[in-house]
Design a protein around this ligand. Structure first.
Ligand SMILES: [Zn+2]
Length: 244
């Protein structure tokens, strides 16, 4: 990827000049923990796109290229702040525990098949999108893995993305690689790597466990250290290795 070769080149340059290698990273953007957890407003670009500038620009280029190949990339979901995610989480927690009578821990396990704990969604970063082919008429929910399979409405879209998304720096996050843990296969969720890789690196360097223990939304009181540790390992970090 371009970013890696750039860093490699600049570290070599820095070494040649006798500067400490860490200096090469000194102008890399620092993200605050509030920003990484979706708790501050960030500048977003593009009506119905809502991504950070670089991600938006790459997305527009990718959309144009797909369009000329007969695919109309449509954004279903992009930036979502902490409080939106908190609403999604609490609605599911209350439905599963109060309406369906589930115990809190199985209810939480069911929520995290597809939904993140508020503060840990990659959608908080302005780098990630859920997309489909707007040309296809699809009944009911569109974000269903089987609809991206052979003979299904989004088969061509998936094929096009497999062949082309990386040249625009968009990578699938939750792949169908056998043995991958954490969130289930999401053939619709793509991430703009040049921004999301450094953001994940910075996020994982924080004490995520302590940050989540301090949260007070519905269900958070049931989080144990063991649960949170495996959530971090599986749900946050067991993703497409090209995004680590
Ligand atoms: Zn998503």
């Amino acid at each position: 990827m371009q970013r890696r070769s750039f860093i490699k080149k600049s570290s070599t340059g820095a070494l040649a000049l006798g500067v400490l290698p860490t200096m090469a990273f000194s102008n890399q953007t620092e993200y605050s923990i509030l920003e990484l957890m979706g708790k501050t407003d960030i500048k977003l670009f593009g009506e119905g796109i809502n991504l950070r500038k670089a991600a938006h620009d790459a997305f527009v280029e990718m959309k144009k290229a797909a369009y000329s190949d007969g695919i109309d990339i449509k954004v279903i979901s992009s930036y979502r702040n902490f409080y939106r995610q908190e609403g999604i989480w609490e609605r599911k927690f209350i439905r599963y525990t109060e309406q369906d009578g589930m115990e809190p821990l199985p209810a939480i396990d069911k929520i995290i098949e597809y939904s993140t704990i508020p503060g840990t969604s990659r959608h908080h970063w302005g780098t990630d999108i859920d997309i489909v082919d707007g040309y296809r008429k699809v009944e009911g929910d569109v974000l269903v893995p089987s609809k991206f399979g052979a003979g299904q409405p989004y088969e061509d879209f998936k094929k096009w993305m497999d062949e082309n998304s990386k040249s625009f720096d968009f990578y699938l996050v939750y792949t169908d690689t056998p043995g991958r843990r954490g969130f289930k296969y999401e053939p619709w969720h793509y991430s703009y790597a040049p921004l999301s890789i450094p953001m994940l690196t910075q996020f994982r360097s924080k004490n995520i466990l302590q940050l989540l223990e301090a949260e007070e939304f519905e269900g958070a009181e049931h989080f144990t250290n063991g649960f949170l540790n495996s959530y971090i390992k599986d749900n946050i970090l067991d993703i497409n290795p090209e995004l680590l």
